[in-house]
Design a binder for this molecule. Structure first.
Ligand code: BGC
Length: 350
């Protein structure tokens, strides 16, 4: 036992400073390892745990072998995220990559990180003052949703009908961009009777809101539903079904969640927006590594004065599932076309 301890001591002395060896969980972290906090906002969207986290971890590891990614998910709670941020800093995080639950509130975190010379990359959601920002073009996401909804309404002959908007969280800066992008396309062309900002992207809040709106405006003259992402799209389908609507009206989403792709195949959702995680995660990893090593983050534009990369979102509907999410390796045909969806898949040529 004693010789084992001595051996560990010797390795410690050889590999790292003695001070760091002696410390447990103190601010320095373990020497030789650079902690990078990867802080995602929620688990209602599957993307963060399923795609963003592994893609970012792999991309950063490839650039920085001594980097260790510490993953945090705030479960849609700004206070939880704040606590996670404090804990990341006290663990000795050398950089923080964050998708903020509350974009404005997160400015205080950026200031605190900066005061400790810890750079911050705003991931997917903008935070003023961040060292760099990477996202998809969120206004464009809204435009694609709006145009896709308009096209589907025109094809279904529901252009005169009532349109219901189920938007994202008011604390998520992207939600405002999705909405303004959609409004750019829809204003003056359709009759929007209801527009709801969903508290914290909570599907239950979205479902309740749409159920009440359907009671108020009736189900006879529905033109379409603009749902800002797949989580609230699923909630919207539940509300429509509970109000007895069948078939589903034109209905949008975002994220290319597996269940959304299946709803598209089954004709229950018109479209989703595919924002592949890989380029976003790789870009963020490059930015992080550059900031850690005194290099320059690779950016192609600025967003409100922050050096930025804005990637191009892609619309997915029943006509291009194979060429988009399947080709990118998000899901296999088998994952999409389970027994329940097999006939619909066949009809869609999948
Ligand atoms: C992201 C979307 C996501 C939503 C809910 C937005 O900021 O851009 O991809 O669906 O948040 O997490």
């Amino acid at each position: 036992m004693r010789s084992k301890i001595l051996a560990i001591g010797a390795i410690c002395a050889a590999l790292m400073s003695l001070a760091a060896c002696g410390k447990t969980g103190a601010a320095a972290g373990s020497a030789g390892v650079e902690h990078v906090a990867f802080m995602m906002p929620d688990q209602t969207a599957t993307r963060y745990d399923k795609f963003d986290r592994p893609q970012f971890t792999a991309a950063l590891k490839a650039l920085c072998s001594k980097c260790q990614v510490d993953y945090y998910n705030a479960s849609n709670d700004a206070q939880t995220q704040q606590a996670q941020f404090e804990s990341a800093l006290s663990k000795g995080a050398k950089a923080v990559v964050i998708s903020a639950v509350d974009g404005k509130g997160a400015q205080a975190m950026v200031a605190e990180a900066k005061s400790q010379s810890v750079p911050v990359v705003a991931y997917d959601r903008y935070i003023a003052g961040a060292n760099a920002y990477i996202s998809y073009d969120n206004e464009k996401v809204g435009e694609l949703q709006g145009q896709g909804l308009l096209d589907a309404m025109s094809a279904r002959g529901t252009l005169q009908g009532n349109v219901f908007m189920i938007n994202g969280s008011p604390t998520d800066p992207n939600a405002a961009d999705f909405k303004s992008g959609a409004m750019k396309v829809l204003t003056g062309k359709v009759h929007i009777v209801f527009s709801h900002d969903t508290t914290n992207w909570d599907p239950t809040d979205a479902q309740n809101a749409l159920e009440q709106a359907l009671q108020r405006y009736g189900t006879k003259n529905i033109g379409g539903v603009l749902a800002a992402a797949d989580g609230v799209a699923e909630a919207s389908v539940a509300a429509l079904k509970s109000a007895g609507v069948n078939p589903m009206p034109p209905l949008t989403g975002q994220d290319a969640e597996l269940t959304a792709v299946q709803r598209i195949v089954a004709g229950e959702q018109t479209l989703t927006i595919f924002k592949e995680a890989k380029p976003e995660a790789q870009g963020a990893a490059q930015m992080t590594n550059a900031l850690l090593t005194g290099g320059k983050p690779e950016t192609s534009t600025t967003f409100e004065n922050v050096p930025a990369v804005l990637l191009k979102p892609v619309l997915v509907n029943s006509g291009n599932i194979a060429q988009t999410v399947v080709q990118a390796g998000y899901y296999t045909r088998e994952e999409i076309c389970t027994a329940q969806f097999a006939p619909a898949c066949k009809a869609a040529g999948l």
